[in-house]
Design a protein. Structure first.
Length: 152
């Protein structure tokens, strides 16, 4: 598994904690920014990481801004991305188990490094259950097709 990773300035510190977790587990990643002290727009960073997933260069994305909300808003504009804002281990588990989340968004201003690493750990390890949840994701994909018409 390879992770596309990005943050804005508000998510930079939490991103460095997540990098430590990924490196500790030997999980490859590509960091789409931001750097230390760099003020950026979350929209640009989220788009770059999400496009990497859609192109097949990464399997999933982890995006971090102040709350996780802005990054999720951007990521969910892209057909085929299921971005989920998670704030604890339970929401991370359900995001993967029931929704096959391929994009995790976190809030650097609302989570400690320890909380963020715990959420990422659960999100990385949890397997999608399929079954009735697959049917629902198929309906979501059909809705995206009707509304969007083409892959961005």
């Amino acid at each position: 598994m390879k992770i596309a990773l990005a943050s804005d300035h508000a998510g930079y510190d939490l991103k460095t904690a997540v990098i430590g977790l990924l490196e500790g587990r030997g999980i490859p990643y590509e960091d789409f920014g931001s750097g230390p002290g760099e003020s950026v727009d979350y929209v640009d960073k989220a788009e770059a990481a999400v496009r990497s997933v859609l192109a097949g260069a990464a399997d999933r994305a982890i995006l971090i801004c102040g709350t996780g909300i802005g990054m999720a808003m951007v990521a969910n504009k892209f057909r085929g991305i299921r971005a989920t804002v998670c704030w604890n281990a339970f929401t991370a588990d359900m995001a993967r188990r029931h929704n096959d989340s391929n994009c995790l968004t976190l809030g650097g201003r609302v989570l400690s490094a320890e909380e963020g690493r715990a959420i990422v750990g659960v999100w990385l390890e949890t397997v999608f259950e399929g079954g009735r949840h697959r049917r629902r994701l198929d309906k979501l994909a059909a809705l995206e097709e009707r509304l969007c018409g083409r892959r961005l």
